[in-house]
Design a protein around this ligand. Structure first.
Ligand code: IMP
Ligand code: MG
Length: 191
């Protein structure tokens, strides 16, 4: 990795800056092909998707708009209940729009499936999901995701927007959180 110091909270770097960049470029090309001639509305899920959506958008060679939604999971501290509270709603209506939800990571899938159902009720012309990361082994509910950056094992990861107690979002790579730190949070994902 090009001269990047690895944070002591990270036990293993999964994807360095260049690898993420290359994958985001591929996703951008695929989305560009699929949505050519359509006016795309990207919906970024705050806060984890901030860098991903900013980079992805710049790889799109089509007309597009961006909006953001912030959500948080109800339920106990150890389990994503799948019931989602909207902390910040979209600025405008998605009725009749081609919507692509841009998410950082799909873990149990509960949060995303609730969000998708909520947005579908608003009658978009189409609704698809693009997730940078997915942990298939942790899935508790089926959620269809058209674009995936990388599949990862059931480990807690930080960096490139992903946090541990709101920190480490600024790491330019994606890494596995050290086991002793992860023990505190496994099963307690934050929005
Ligand atoms: P789910 O409802 O279990 O799929 O939880 C999804 C949300 O939890 C994601 O959008 C993330 O905000 C957060 N999350 C899940 N796994 C991780 C992780 O490994 N690192 C950081 N955040 C995570
Ligand atoms: Mg999230």
């Amino acid at each position: 990795m090009r001269g990047t110091r690895v944070d002591p909270a990270v036990s293993e770097v999964l994807f360095d800056r260049e690898t993420i960049e290359a994958r985001v470029r591929q996703l951008g090309r695929a989305i560009t092909e699929d949505y050519r001639g359509k006016d795309l509305l990207l919906i970024g899920v705050l806060k984890g998707a901030i860098f991903f959506i900013a980079d992805l958008m710049r790889e799109l060679d089509i007309a597009c708009e961006v909006d953001f939604i912030a959500i948080s999971s109800y339920g106990s501290s150890t389990d994503s209940s799948g019931v989602v509270r909207i902390l910040k709603d979209l600025d405008s209506s998605i009725e009749g729009r081609h919507v692509l939800v841009v998410e950082d990571i799909i873990d149990s899938g509960l949060t995303l499936s609730y969000l998708v159902r909520t947005l579908e009720a608003r009658a978009p012309a189409s609704l698809e999901v693009c997730a940078l990361l997915t942990k298939p082994a942790r899935r508790q509910t089926q959620v269809s995701c058209r674009y995936v950056g990388f599949e990862i094992p059931a480990k807690y990861v930080i960096g490139y927007g992903l946090d541990f107690s709101q920190h480490f979002r600024n790491l330019p790579y994606i890494g596995v959180l050290r086991d002793d730190l992860a023990a505190e949070v496994l099963g307690t994902p934050s929005a």
